[in-house]
Design a binder for this molecule. Structure first.
Ligand code: FE2
Ligand code: FE2
Length: 449
C-alpha cells in the first residue's frame, strides 16, 4: 500500500455518511461567510491622507456587501460602518468594492474588516506634521505580480513604510482583456505582501506607465490593441478606453490620470503621465506649472513621480519621450529647485548627478529610479552605444525599492535590493567609498565645471 493513502472501508463510510451530510449542510454557508480574504485588497487615498483612507477590495459579482467596519485601535470599542460603491472590471467576474473612510484622526491606527470577510486588518493615517516623527515612503515602479516583486515588497516592508508609490508599469497587462490574469497576480502580491512585519496594511499610490495602456502611448492609434477604438482625444472617455484597468483599479489620481496628493503642509506627491494617457506637453505641463507654483515655498517636500525618465540608465537619452520630459518638465523642476524626482521604466537602479541646464550643477535636480521592483532587470548603458552617460552617478542592474525618509526639511534615502542589502544611499554620509559594493560608480563628471 502506498504510504499516506487511505483504505476504502465501505461499512465505515456508510455509517459516517449522515454525519458528513449534516456537517456539510451547516458548514457550507458558514464557510462562504467566513472566508478570510477577498480576491484582492488595497489601501489608497483619493484626498487628505491625514484624515481619510480609501479601501478597495475585489470580489465575485454575486457578493454585494460593500461595507467596511472600522474602529480606532486605542479608545474605541464600537465598530463604525461605512459603505461605498461597486464597479465591474472588464472581461472579469470580479467587482471592485470601494469605500472611503473620512473624518479619521491623523497618525492613528485603525482596525478594519471588509464586506463579510473575517480577517481583521489594521491601517495608520498619516501624521498632520512631519517634525515629531519621520515619514518613510517606499518608491519604485515596474512591478509585476511575480516572486521577485513579492521579495522586494517584503524587503521594503521591513523598513515599516508609511506608504508605497509606484510610478507605472504595474501588472504588465497592457490594457488588454486577455491579460486580466496579470492584474489578479499583481493584486494578490499587493494584498498578501503589502503588510509590515507587525501586521499593518500599507497604502499604495499607483501612477500610470506604458504597460497600463493599449499601445503604451496615447498617440499609438494604429496599434493592434486600438484597432476597434476611435482615435485618441484628450478626454476622460478616451483615457478610460485606452487604459481600462488602470483607471478602474487605481483610486488615485483618477481622471485625468495625473494629480497632486497633499499631506498637510509637509508633503505633496505630484503624479504625472509621461505620454501614456495624456501628452506631456500642453494641458498637463500647464497643470504642473501651476501645481508647483502653488506648493513650492509653502509645502516642505514636493515629490514628482512619473514613468519615463528624463535621464534614462538603460535606454538612449535621445528617445522622444525622454526628450519631452527634459524639454517640458525639467525646466520647471529646476526653476522651483526641486531637489529630487522619481522616474522609472528602464528596469535598473539609477541615481543621477544633480542636473541643471543639461549639465552637472550642485543646485540641480537629482533623478532617482529607474524602475525594477519586480520586473527583470536590464543592463545599464545597453542602448548608449558605447558612450558613457555623463549624468549617471550610481547605477545597478538590480531589483530594488528606494526607501525615502522625510523629517522636517530633510530628505534622505537608502536603496534596498531583493536580498535586503543596501545598495545605495543619498545624500552620501561620509561612508568610505567601496562600502556599498553592489552599485557601480558609473562615470566621472566629465561635464562638471
Ligand atoms: Fe517597465
Ligand atoms: Fe515602462
Amino acid at each position: 500500500m502506498l504510504r499516506g493513502s487511505i483504505m476504502f472501508r465501505p461499512r465505515r463510510y456508510a455509517t459516517m455518511l449522515p454525519a458528513l451530510l449534516l456537517g456539510a449542510l451547516f458548514s457550507l454557508p458558514a464557510l462562504a461567510w467566513a472566508a478570510l480574504d477577498p480576491h484582492g485588497l488595497l489601501l489608497a487615498w483619493q484626498r487628505d491622507p491625514t484624515t481619510t483612507m480609501t479601501i478597495d477590495w475585489h470580489v465575485d459579482g454575486s457578493d454585494r456587501n460593500v461595507r467596511v467596519a472600522y474602529r480606532a485601535v486605542a479608545g474605541e470599542e464600537e465598530w463604525s460602518v461605512a459603505t461605498g460603491s461597486r464597479q465591474s472590471l472588464p472581461a472579469s467576474d470580479r467587482v471592485i468594492h470601494r469605500v472611503e473612510l473620512t473624518g479619521l484622526a491623523p497618525d492613528t491606527e485603525y482596525l478594519f474588516k471588509v464586506g463579510g470577510y473575517e480577517r481583521e486588518r489594521r491601517f495608520r493615517t498619516m501624521p498632520a506634521e512631519n517634525i515629531s516623527r519621520p515619514v518613510r515612503i517606499a518608491v519604485g515602479g515596474d512591478v509585476r505580480g511575480n516572486e521577485i516583486s513579492r521579495r522586494v515588497t517584503r524587503q521594503a516592508m521591513r523598513f515599516d513604510p508609511d506608504f508605497v508609490v509606484w510610478g507605472g508599469d504595474l501588472a504588465y497587462a497592457n490594457g488588454d482583456e486577455r491579460n486580466v490574469g496579470r492584474w489578479y497576480e499583481f493584486l494578490d502580491v499587493v494584498m498578501r505582501e503589502m503588510v509590515t512585519p507587525d501586521g499593518r496594511t500599507v497604502p499604495v499610490v499607483m501612477g500610470i506607465g506604458n504597460h497600463e495602456v493599449r499601445g503604451g502611448y496615447h498617440d499609438r492609434n494604429d496599434h493592434e490593441l486600438r484597432r476597434n477604438l476611435p482615435p485618441y482625444v484628450q478626454d476622460d472617455a478616451s483615457r478610460l478606453r485606452i487604459a481600462p484597468y488602470y483607471y478602474r483599479l487605481a483610486a488615485f489620481p483618477g481622471q485625468p490620470g495625473y494629480g497632486a496628493l497633499d499631506f498637510g503642509d509637509y508633503l505633496s506627491l505630484l503624479l504625472l503621465d509621461t505620454d501614456h494617457s495624456n501628452p506631456i506637453a500642453g494641458e498637463q505641463t500647464r497643470w504642473l506649472r501651476k501645481a508647483l507654483a502653488d506648493r513650492v515655498g509653502r509645502v516642505t517636500h514636493v515629490l514628482p513621480v512619473y514613468h519615463v525618465g528624463a535621464w534614462p540608465s538603460a535606454r538612449h537619452w535621445d528617445g522622444d519621450v525622454h526628450r519631452r520630459v527634459r524639454e517640458h518638465w525639467s525646466p520647471l523642476f529646476e526653476q522651483h529647485r526641486i531637489p529630487m524626482v522619481f522616474e522609472q521604466h528602464d528596469h535598473a537602479y539609477k541615481r543621477t548627478w544633480p542636473i541643471r541646464d543639461g549639465r552637472i550643477d550642485p543646485r540641480g535636480v537629482v533623478y532617482m529610479g529607474d524602475g525594477a521592483w519586480g520586473v527583470g532587470v536590464r543592463e545599464t548603458g545597453r542602448s548608449h552605444e558605447g558612450v558613457k552617460a555623463w549624468y549617471l552617478d550610481r547605477v545597478a542592474s538590480q531589483s530594488h525599492a528606494i526607501m525615502l525618509t522625510l523629517q522636517g526639511n530633510y530628505q534622505s534615502l537608502v536603496v534596498v535590493n531583493e536580498q535586503g542589502r543596501i545598495i545605495d544611499e543619498y545624500p552620501r554620509t561620509g561612508l568610505r567609498e567601496g562600502l556599498l559594493p553592489e552599485a557601480e560608480r558609473w562615470s566621472l563628471p566629465a561635464r562638471a565645471e
